[in-house]
Design a protein around this ligand. Structure first.
Ligand SMILES: C[S@@+](CC[C@H](N)C(=O)[O-])C[C@H]1O[C@@H](n2cnc3c(N)ncnc32)[C@H](O)[C@@H]1O
Length: 207
């Protein structure tokens, strides 16, 4: 699925704000290892969403080694917090080291395990939830995210239109289709799909 013209993608990529040395190092690592971070264009948008939604409490389902959390942290107020989750303990190590180096570790808690289970266990409700874990989990994640978002909170879904990795797309597409249908038919969310990179879902919790 072609979402936007390469020229447009390259232009957008070229106009994004400069990253700190640590954040850039994470991006370089992602490029080198072909790890699917959100990238600069979506990252900068996530950062702006913190301002637009006045978010103080953010939950990430699928944080990798903290690249997207770095973007959230840019505009998070001093008393703000991001709960990161990932299945891989090595990513927690990498992320923790980088957050420390950047001086943002007091804003971030990193839990290793199934992000959906960890989200279900949370007692607080969130201003913003980023869904970026294994895509077959998206339909299962929706009711959990709905329950754990504040009224007026925002569910942000990465890869809502496609997954670019060569090996998985055919298997994943039905899950993404089901998920989009669930969201677009839901009376509890107002959803917009933005054709940024692999598609970003913005779902505002109305009730
Ligand atoms: C696309 S990457 C996340 C990238 C990250 N959001 C970023 O842009 O920096 C997906 C991550 O989700 C993790 N993951 C997959 N299923 C998960 C689950 N059920 N709970 C937590 N993490 C999961 C994978 O280990 C992988 O690191």
């Amino acid at each position: 699925m072609q979402i936007s013209h390469n020229e447009v993608e390259n232009y957008l990529e070229s106009i994004q704000p400069k990253l700190s040395e640590t954040h850039q190092r994470l991006e370089n690592f992602a490029l080198k290892t072909d790890f699917p971070v959100v990238g600069k264009v979506v990252g900068n948008f996530l950062s702006q969403l913190v301002l637009l939604t006045n978010s103080k409490l953010i939950f990430e389902v699928g944080s990798g080694f903290g690249y997207s959390a770095f973007w959230f942290a840019r505009n998070l107020p001093e008393n703000g917090k991001i709960i990161c989750t990932d299945l891989n303990p090595k990513y927690k190590e990498m992320a923790t080291e980088s957050f420390l180096e950047e001086g943002i570790s007091e804003k971030i808690e990193f839990c290793v395990g199934n992000g959906l289970t960890i989200l279900e266990e949370q007692t607080e409700k969130f201003d913003l939830i980023l869904l970026d874990c294994d895509k077959y989990l998206y339909p299962k994640a929706l009711p959990i995210a709905k329950e754990k978002l504040k009224l007026g909170g925002l569910l942000v879904t990465d890869n809502i239109l496609r997954v670019k990795k060569k090996k998985v797309p055919q298997k994943i597409n039905p899950y993404l289709e089901t998920y989009r249908k669930m969201l677009l038919e839901s009376e509890e969310f107002h959803t917009t799909i933005l054709p940024l990179k692999d598609g970003i879902g913005l779902s505002y919790k109305i009730k």
